[in-house]
Design a protein around this ligand. Structure first.
Ligand SMILES: Nc1ncnc2c1ncn2[C@@H]1O[C@H](COP(=O)(O)OP(=O)(O)OP(=O)(O)O)[C@@H](O)[C@H]1O
Ligand SMILES: [Mg+2]
Length: 366
């Protein structure tokens, strides 16, 4: 879709979703747009048999395919789905993909912050209408939760643990009884959830300023931990795929350099693991070494080459972009990055070509 920075998943992948829906022979939970089998294909990729032949569906989430299946099964039931994990492990992306595929809408979302109030979770009022007409349906401003219940679609609750625990708990009654009561509307104030309604929450296990969830709320969700990508080749693939998408969206008409993506994938992987490919221990930075960060470092380097560098992606620019990403939380991380460069420069597997150029740029790490 032209003219927008990042259209929602259901618009970006409208063609794939249409093919999947038209050729879907699987069992479908009430009110879902696709069967769980088709949702899985949408997220982890595959082929669809159509009367005109096979159509390929791209893979969007890499890594744990069984987790995707479990998440879909949870959503078809009456418990909510809570995706937890380190930052940048695609929790938000997965929750958008699931919402778009199951109910055709990924934008029915509450963003959890320290300032999230109960009104934002349940309902609030248009005060001009409230004053002129009194409490009536027209004056009600429904929350994403209420919209989800009435339409039978998912409500997404992003970063739920950033919200104070007592505010989070306002979900409990809705999740237990599938009813939300609006006392101001009298007899018309009882909202019953329609089939298809569910909640997908995401929560970060690492950030500061998070609030524990209460036991009562935890029991109403099935938890799934989304882990960082463990395989360097996969991480390289994700970096390339995402950078290509971002370049296309930004009208950067330049091929993605797979070798540079490899340097970055290896660096992120080894720093995250605290060990190089040859088995030498390296100190892990405090910063989150997530795939999402790697993607943005790569894209920054690519943009630099496009606007300033005459089209060549320079390893030295990659190093500079890396400094900004790795050293934003803690100054000591710069020393750790330098130590990493020193360690890997002694490794045989990293002796030639681009690695040499990359490692030579370690003087920029200051
Ligand atoms: N397993 C993966 N498969 C595909 N892409 C991935 C994967 N892990 C990370 N990514 C990339 O990283 C991005 C992850 O961003 P996303 O915002 O979804 O992460 P998050 O877990 O919600 O992070 P945060 O905790 O900071 O909110 C994706 O858009 C994608 O580019
Ligand atoms: Mg997120």
């Amino acid at each position: 879709m032209e003219g927008y920075i990042k259209p929602p998943v259901e618009i970006r992948y409208a063609d794939e979703l249409k093919v999947l829906a038209e050729n879907d022979k699987g069992r479908r939970p009430e009110n879902w747009k696709l069967s769980p089998a088709a949702v899985r294909t949408f997220i982890i990729g595959g082929t669809v048999e159509t009367p005109e032949g096979e159509v390929k569906i791209s893979r969007k989430f890499y890594g744990n395919d069984a987790l995707v299946e479990r998440a879909v099964i949870t959503l078809a039931g009456s418990r909510g789905l809570m995706l937890v994990g380190e930052p940048g492990t695609a929790k938000t992306m997965l929750s958008e993909l699931l919402s778009a595929a199951c109910c055709g809408c990924s934008t029915n979302t509450v963003q959890g912050t320290a300032g999230t109030t109960e009104d934002m979770i349940k309902y609030s009022w248009n005060y001009a209408l409230l004053l002129s007409k009194g409490p009536c349906r027209e004056a009600l401003v429904p929350s994403p939760l209420l919209i989800g219940m009435e339409k039978g679609i998912f409500a997404r609750f992003e970063e739920i643990t950033r919200t104070p625990a007592e505010i989070q708990d306002s979900l409990i009654s809705v999740m237990s009884d599938q009813i939300l009561n609006i006392p101001e509307l009298g007899d018309e104030g009882l909202v019953l959830a329609r089939p298809g309604f569910n909640i997908i929450g995401t929560a970060n296990t690492r950030d500061k300023g998070v609030n524990e969830m209460s036991g009562a709320l935890k029991r109403r969700f099935n938890f799934e931990t989304v882990k960082p990508v463990g395989d360097v080749r996969l991480e390289k693939k994700i970096i390339i795929q995402e950078a290509e998408n971002m370049a296309a969206a930004g009208h950067i008409d330049m091929p993605v350099d797979a070798d540079i993506a490899e340097l970055l994938a290896v660096t992120y992987h080894e720093l995250r693991e605290g060990r190089t490919a040859e088995g030498t221990a390296v100190e892990k930075p405090n910063a989150v070494m997530s795939t999402a960060e790697a993607v943005s470092v790569y894209f920054q380097t690519l943009s630099h080459a496009w606007y300033y560098g005459g089209g060549r992606i320079e390893p030295a620019v990659l190093t500079q972009s890396l400094v900004g990403a790795v050293c934003k939380e803690n100054k000591d991380d710069l020393g750790k990055l330098r130590a990493y460069f020193n360690t890997v420069s002694k490794e045989e597997s990293k002796a030639g070509g681009l690695w040499k150029e990359y490692l030579n740029s370690s003087k920029l790490l200051n």
